[in-house]
Design a protein around this ligand. Structure first.
Ligand SMILES: O=C(O)CCC(=O)C(=O)O
Length: 322
C-alpha cells in the first residue's frame, strides 16, 4: 500500500532530471507531517547530548565574542569546532549572517537521527520518501544513505552557505537524491531552500564548505565554489515557497543554500533524507564529515549495503519508474 498522498508524475520525474530540483506539492499525508514534526522536536531536545548535534548560532555568537572556552566546550564531537573556527577566521571569509530584527533564534542541526529506532527511522526507511526516491531514481533497488535535521528558529541570522552535497558524501555515481521535507510553511522570509537550477548537469564537483561561511572544509578536493551569495543574479537561482505536505527533491550535485529566518514567530523545521540508486559506489573522501553512527567501513568501489546503507526498496517484476 502506498504511503504517498498522490503518485509522482512523469513530468515531475523529468523536471528532477532536467533541473536537478523539483517541488512535489502535497505528496505527504498530513498525519505523516505531524509525526515528522514531533520527531524533529524530540531530536532537537536531544541535541545537547549528541556528538553530532549542533547549535550553529551558539558557535557564531562565540566567534563574535571571541569566546574560545565556549568553542572548546563543543569541540569534542563530530568536528573540532574551535580549530575549524580559527581556520574560518584565517580564510578571511566572513560568517554568512543576515540582518534580522531579532538575533535570538538558533540554527540547529543533527545528523544520523534515523540510526535510532523510532518514528523518524520508520519514516526514513519505510515511509513515503522511499517511494519518492524509487519514482525519481530509475533503479532496481534503493539504498538509504543518511539524514539530517535542520531547524531555523524565528530570528536566526545564520544563512546556509550555498554548497553541493556530493562532496560531503563518500559516494560516486549519478543516482543520489536528497529530499528536503518541511514540517512548517517556509518562504524566503523564513529561510526556504534556494537552488542553482541545472548545476548538477555538467558533473562538476565543488569543494564542500563549513556551511555558515564560504570557507572550504580543510583538505577538501573539488572546484572552488563561486561567490553565489554575492552575485545571486549571475546564477539561475530558484526557490519554492512550501507548505507542510510538500517535498523538495534535489540531485546531490545541485548547488543549494538558504537564508536566515527573519520571521518573528514562524519556526522552520525540516528533515533532509538521502537515497541512492544502483550506480552509486562508495568512495573515500577524507575531508567528509565523520559519520559517527556508522558501524562498517566500506571500500572504494563497493556498492552500498549493510546496516549503514540498508536496501529500502526493490523493483518488483514489471514495475515502472515515474
Ligand atoms: O535546511 C538547510 O538550511 C540546509 C539543507 C541542506 O543543505 C540539505 O538538505 O542538503
Amino acid at each position: 500500500m502506498t504511503k504517498l498522498a498522490r503518485p509522482i508524475t512523469k513530468d515531475e520525474a523529468a523536471a528532477y532530471r532536467t533541473n536537478g530540483v523539483v517541488l512535489l506539492r502535497g505528496v505527504l499525508p498530513i498525519a505523516a507531517v505531524n509525526t515528522l514534526r514531533r520527531s524533529i522536536d524530540e531530536a532537537v531536545g536531544k541535541i545537547p547530548e549528541r556528538p553530532t548535534g549542533y547549535d550553529l548560532s551558539f558557535m557564531t555568537r562565540a566567534v563574535e565574542s571571541d569566546d574560545g572556552d565556549k568553542l572548546r566546550s563543543i569541540s569534542g564531537g563530530q568536528y573540532d569546532i574551535a580549530g575549524m573556527m580559527d581556520y574560518v577566521k584565517s580564510s578571511g571569509k566572513p560568517l554568512l549572517l543576515d540582518q534580522t530584527e531579532s538575533r535570538n533564534g538558533s540554527f540547529l542541526l543533527d545528523t544520523g537521527v534515523s540510526a535510532n529506532p523510532g518514528d523518524f527511522r520508520n519514516f526514513s526507511l519505510d515511509g513515503a520518501p522511499v517511494e519518492i526516491a524509487a519514482a525519481l531514481l530509475d533503479s532496481d533497488q534503493i539504498n538509504f544513505f543518511g539524514d539530517q535535521i535542520f531547524v531555523k528558529e524565528p530570528g536566526t541570522r545564520e544563512r546556509t552557505a550555498f554548497h553541493q552535497d556530493a562532496t560531503y558524501f563518500e559516494i560516486d555515481g549519478d543516482k543520489c537524491c536528497v529530499l528536503w521535507i518541511p514540517a512548517d510553511p517556509a518562504t524566503l522570509e523564513t529561510g526556504t531552500m534556494q537552488y542553482w537550477r541545472g548545476s548538477h548537469r555538467d558533473g562538476t564537483l565543488y569543494q564542500p564548505n563549513v556551511f555558515i561561511a564560504q570557507t572550504p572544509l580543510p583538505g577538501a578536493c573539488g572546484e572552488p565554489l563561486p561567490d553565489i551569495e554575492g552575485n545571486l543574479d549571475a546564477y539561475d537561482i530558484v526557490h519554492f515557497d512550501v507548505e507542510p505536505g510538500d517535498i523538495l527533491v534535489h540531485h546531490y550535485r545541485t548547488v543549494h543554500g538558504a537564508g536566515g529566518n527573519h520571521s518573528r514567530y514562524q519556526v522552520r523545521r525540516a528533515a533532509s533524507l538521502r537515497y541512492c540508486g544502483d550506480d552509486i559506489r562508495f568512495t573515500t573522501r577524507p575531508w567528509a564529515p565523520k559519520q559517527l553512527h556508522h558501524t562498517v567501513r566500506l571500500h572504494d568501489g563497493d556498492p552500498l549495503g549493510g546496516p549503514d546503507f540498508p536496501v529500502v526498496w526493490r523493483r518488483r517484476r514489471g514495475q515502472e519508474a515515474a
